[in-house]
Write a protein of this length. Structure first.
Lengths: 496, 534
């Protein structure tokens, strides 16, 4: 101790001149100079760094690319957000299409999946070969993203290839035709990936099983082995794959006027849709908490828990988003950080125009972790739902910052991301007003609004749980620290 | 090692640095084709901490990626997976962040440390009782004794006690509060590989100081809280990475056959049995050895100037003492090839799949860039012959791995039926043979070059990707070789591919792995009842 003190005096004397480096050593710190922790061979660094809570950063100067000046429309009714950047050598081209289970009528179940499948891999050999050759010439590949109400197909190309890239995408959508034989041969799949390796948003078996046990959930994945009629595919594609329904995003090294001319040429004579899209009117019946178990020896122990929510009023969407961010953080701390039960837990809000769909928590772990995971996750839902339990210090601001400075800026970060985001937003919401007002909506959220949203949408009494895994082994397993059993949760076996 | 402390010469040096920036090296080197302000500025602090800065002021955000040159290749037997574990443990707060009362924690931390010391002594004393001497065993049923159980239980209790002072996920939450964007899907924004731990964050430019504050603190003042819980989080990642346990074993077996004695082929996630051997003592030694400024590189791309970056680096990282140079554990040359083709026929049921692998030179070797071109040419060839409508393959991939030395070129084809595997293997080996026999499709070669050109332009157009690649190349070789490496793709000729195929894609450097849906029954069943993992 004596040596450390004399060293500090020397430093202070020398620092009389100028430097912050030396001043720092004079200031008090939670850590003493030269102090070490058990097992450490290096001393801790005494410092004067402020705690993160004490920083006062200036407001972000982030301004997304102007969507209004970017929007163009062709004579055929196709809209595109074209955001050029001088000197950029890559171009991202995104086609957003109103396509998904949200737009399937009762006799069209599975048609949207058939259409996206056939767009990516044309069923006619000649078309498939032509598409492959065109992609090879562009040295790129198509990326497909599907949701309940929007499908996007994206490709990145070199700036000199933008014209061919746009032409490829438009041709894919415009020339889509139903091969009757292929439609006859098509059968809906399981809806999930066979080899789940982690908690995923796409192909996660517990999600599909949860959709199916929720009885009357009209947006559930169709049962496996169902056929799709060519008539259903034609009907849905006639409503969705039309120029007045598709919105493009084009961002990068292009010239706006040149894109306008090319798009006019490529869409000339393309018939617009005349039939309305006919979105599903989701019938919501309140569910009751229950645990279902699906035996699958090929995986570890995967879990989905959730319930169907109906249309969320606009005024409640931002508070619900903040509540979801807070709960998501708490779930991960409870399962991963405190107990080491799961690597990752995700809370997913329905991403549809009305906010209707399946609200769910996805997680999973090794056999002995499954039952504790269900219990501790539901405990966190109970806590945030409990009106008597206030939000913790900083949780509200953390949630707002994560949504506005993180997620929102990320979605609009640069011309490639922004052009794609504008296209999707326009297909889903009919325009970008909601998107541009989102930061203000989130910033205005109060703690009371968050608790009100939690009370309404995050009720543990509504949560239906599905466990998928080798049930015999999960049943036998006991966690040494939290010996909760699957049977103790009274699971119902399902045969899906 | 004796604790090091600040010395008078160091203070004098600090004064000099603060006064005039003496001791900094700032070469401004061009990275051809980077949009906007294109140059990479390299700054080295006196303590060896290195910054690479690319200004790009189009969006007011900064991608920051810090690289420590330590990975699974630095691990010793019984500690495979320890560096990945360390990556998690440095995200559990510091002496000032993630705690509500560090002074109150100190006695608990000491108690935890001393309890573990007793546990290690007990393990040593019980070593003969713990040894299984078996061939087939359940890797999750960790051998123990009643005495060890008591000490483990005590550790759990102490960590639970410490939890009352913890602010969980503190750094992560502060990053989110101020606009975090990460490249990772896992909650910890970091990865561990053969040669590196990297942590990357993208923040609004106004808040980038937070990165310097938290990462400098992490480099020197990390506190390993919640160690036992993280052990199981890690185990969870490890078990589920390939979903099914047999798939993981298959992959690990292939890796180990790629170079049985070379640390580059240790699974970076670790061996499951080693998880029981991990201990704080050893991890702290790795932390103190490698988490030093002279073993770290920070790549910054975005709305920040070199002057701003230097000032922040001085304030935060500049205060940390230089460490001893880390040992060259990862700098081993490749072991000699075995001199014969190696075959792995997996006997547990998996998907129908053939993998053909060759060891290839690592980044930094002049032959290496052309293997990226070769991989794409081979992929196109195999896709045409095996994929598409009516093809027998359900997926075709050829990849030239860039991390680690030696690296590997892997041809990977899956099928619906076991019956097709023999034909698939023949087609794969014929495609390789064709490369050696000077039959390279010029059009395919041109398309491969174009694909790589597009990939490189995409990297340059994306802050996070550029920061990642700069850091990655600096760890593997030097960031200055990144652009020449990418440019070399354009020059890779058919003759180059033929020459490299003749030199490297040979039987004595070849490993073939096969998995089947319905394999022949194994000579010996490697079944073991899965019990508790604790």
């Amino acid at each position: 101790v004596r040596r450390a003190t004399s060293r500090r005096l020397i430093v202070c004397f020398g620092a009389g001149a100028v430097t912050a480096v030396i001043l720092a050593a004079c200031q008090s710190s939670a850590t003493g100079v030269g102090e070490t922790l058990p097992g450490r061979s290096r001393p801790l660094l005494a410092n004067d760094w402020p705690h993160p809570r004490d920083y006062k950063f200036a407001a972000s100067k982030f301004v997304p690319p102007d969507p209004r000046s970017a929007l163009i429309a062709t004579k055929s009714g196709l809209r595109a957000y074209v955001i050029p950047t001088a000197g950029e050598s890559v171009v991202r081209i995104t086609a957003a299409v109103p396509l998904g289970r949200f737009y399937e009528q009762a006799d069209e179940a599975g048609a949207s999946a058939f259409i996206t499948h056939a767009l990516m891999q044309p069923t006619a050999k000649r078309s498939a070969e032509e598409q492959t050759a065109r992609l090879e010439a562009l040295a790129t590949r198509l990326e497909l993203e599907e949701s309940l109400d929007v499908a996007t197909v994206t490709l990145d190309v070199l700036a000199e290839d933008w014209h061919d890239g746009v032409a490829l995408l438009i041709d894919m959508l415009r020339r889509f035709s139903v091969d009757d034989a292929a439609a006859m041969a098509y059968k809906t799949g399981s809806g999930y990936a066979r080899e789940t390796a982690r908690v995923e948003l796409v192909g996660f078996r517990p999600t599909i099983e949860l959709e199916r046990v929720l009885g009357n959930y009209s947006l559930a994945a169709p049962k496996p082995g169902m056929g799709v009629s060519a008539a259903a595919v034609r009907s849905l594609s006639a409503r969705s794959l039309r120029p007045n329904r598709i919105v493009l995003g084009i961002g990068g090294g292009v010239q706006r006027t040149a894109v306008e001319t090319v798009l006019d040429d490529l869409t000339r004579g393309w018939e617009p849709a005349t039939e309305p899209l006919r979105p599903t009117n989701l019938d919501v019946t309140r569910s009751s908490a229950a645990v279902y178990a699906v035996d699958d020896p090929s995986v570890e122990g995967w879990i989905a828990m959730g319930h169907v929510v109906g249309a969320v009023p606009d005024a409640e969407r931002a508070p619900l988003a903040v509540a979801a961010d807070i709960l998501n953080t708490r779930l991960n701390i409870a399962a991963r950080e405190i107990r080491g039960l799961a690597n990752r837990t995700i809370l997913v809000l329905p991403d549809t125009a009305t906010g209707a769909g399946l609200l769910q928590i996805l997680t999973g772990g090794r056999f002995e972790a499954v039952a504790p995971l269900v219990k501790f996750s539901l405990d966190e839902v109970t806590k945030i739902h409990d009106a008597a339990q206030p939000l913790g210090d900083g949780e509200l601001e953390r949630g707002k910052g994560a949504i506005v400075l993180g997620q929102w800026q990320t979605a609009l970060d640069g011309v490639r991301e922004a052009s794609a985001t504008y296209a999707v937003e326009t297909v889903r919401y009919g325009g970008i007003d909601r998107l541009m007002k989102w930061p203000a909506s989130v910033q205005q959220v109060t703690a009371e609004q968050v608790k009100a949203a939690a009370l309404k949408y995050l009720d543990p009494a509504d949560m239906v749980t599905v466990v998928v895994g080798p049930l015999e082994q999960i049943r036998r397993a006991r966690h040494p620290r939290w010996p909760i059993t699957l049977d103790g949760l009274n699971p119902r076996l399902t045969t899906h | 090692m004796k604790p090091r402390s600040v010395t008078l010469p160091a203070i004098v040096l600090a004064l000099l640095l603060a006064a005039g920036g003496a001791g900094f090296v700032e070469p401004r080197l061009s990275l051809p084709g980077v949009a906007a302000a294109a140059d990479v500025v390299e700054i080295a602090l006196a303590n060896g901490f290195r910054l690479l800065i690319v200004e790009d002021h189009r969006v007011p955000r900064v991608a920051a990626s810090i690289w420590y040159r330590v990975g699974s290749a630095a691990e010793a037997p019984t500690e495979h997976g320890m560096v990945h574990f360390l990556e998690h443990m440095v995200h559990q707060g510091t002496t000032s962040v993630g705690t509500t009362n560090f002074d109150a924690e100190k006695p608990l931390l000491r108690d935890i440390y001393e309890t573990e010391q007793r546990l290690l002594k007990q393990v040593a004393a019980d070593r003969k009782r713990l040894r299984e001497r078996n061939v087939f065993y359940d890797e999750l049923a960790w051998p123990t004794t009643p005495e060890i159980d008591v000490l483990r239980k005590r550790l759990y209790e102490l960590e639970d006690k410490d939890s009352q002072y913890r602010e969980f996920w503190a750094e992560y939450n502060w990053y989110h509060r101020y606009g975090f964007r990460g490249r990772h899907t896992d909650p910890v924004p970091a990865t561990t590989s053969k040669e590196q731990i990297e942590i990357d964050i993208d923040l609004p430019a106004e808040a980038i100081e937070l990165f310097f504050r938290l990462e400098a603190d992490r480099m020197v003042n990390a506190v390993f809280r919640g160690w036992e819980a993280q052990r199981f989080t890690l185990l969870e990642q490890r078990l589920n990475r390939q979903g099914r346990r047999a798939t993981r074993f298959d992959y690990e077996a292939l890796e180990s056959l790629t170079g049985p004695a070379h640390p580059a082929n240790h699974p970076s996630g670790g061996h499951i049995r080693d998880f029981v051997s991990f201990n704080r003592e050893r991890m702290l030694r790795i932390y103190d050895t490698y988490f030093v400024p002279n073993n770290a590189t920070l790549a910054l791309v975005g709305d920040i100037t070199p002057a701003q970056a230097r000032s922040l680096a001085e304030r935060y990282f500049g205060r940390i003492s230089r460490g001893d140079e880390p040992p060259p554990r990862m700098d081993l040359e490749s072991e000699p090839p075995p001199g014969g083709s190696i075959r792995l026929d997996w006997v547990e049921p998996l998907s129908s799949r053939v993998l053909v692998r060759y060891r290839i030179p690592a980044v930094g070797h002049p032959d290496r860039p052309a293997f990226d071109v070769m991989a794409l040419v081979l992929k196109e060839t195999l896709k045409k012959q095996l994929g598409g409508v009516g093809g027998v393959a359900t997926s075709v991939d050829v990849s030239a791995q860039r991390r680690g030395s030696p690296a590997a070129l892997t041809l990977d084809v899956s099928s619906r039926r076991d019956e097709d595997l023999s034909r698939i293997e023949t087609v794969m080996l014929t495609a390789v043979d064709d490369l050696r026999q000077k039959r390279v499709d010029a059009a395919a070669l041109a398309r491969a070059r174009k694909t790589l050109r597009l990939q490189w332009k995409e990297i340059r157009a994306d802050r996070g990707s550029l920061a990642f690649e700069l850091g990655s190349f600096e760890v593997m070789d030097s960031w200055t070789t990144l652009a020449p490496y990418m440019a070399a793709h354009e020059r890779a000729s058919a003759e180059d591919l033929q020459r490299l195929a003749a030199q490297y894609l040979v039987a004595g450097n070849q490993i073939i792995g096969t998995t089947r849906r319905n394999p022949q029954p194994a000579a010996s069943e490697r079944k073991a009842t899965r019990a508790s993992s604790d």
